[in-house]
Design a protein around this ligand. Sequence first.
Ligand SMILES: [Zn+2]
Length: 149
Amino acid sequence: MADNNDSSTEIKDTDIIFDCPHCSKSLAIDYRGAGLTIPCSDCGKMVEVPIPEGMEIGDIDSTEEEQEIQILNLRRLLSVAEEKILHLEEELTEIRGRREVLEHEHSQNITRTARLSESATGLLNALKGATAAAEKIAEDITDETDVQS
Ligand SMILES: [Zn+2]
């Protein structure tokens, strides 16, 4: 890991950064110090080095290289997860927009359906009338043929 920082501060990517609970000084401790109790470099009181999220005590026994790879992997996973969140948020906005369109169409459809059922009722009534008329005509014809035969 080539850093463009010079060695004056010497805070590495793998360092654990936390505040001393006694003097609030920001401390940077090598990750291998996670879970250990060490004296604060400023006030000298004993402070417990927090264990970073995603790191387990058992991991501390592994080599520096393994640790760095693990931290890098976690960072990569984090950025992938962040990207996914962004993507999902975009999708959500899109789905919300689509839902609005659908809801609008739905209300339009309801009006259309009501109108359609109205004209269907009208047609049905007309059909009933026509059927009745046809029946009457048929009756008349039958009557006439009855008369003729
Ligand atoms: Zn301190």
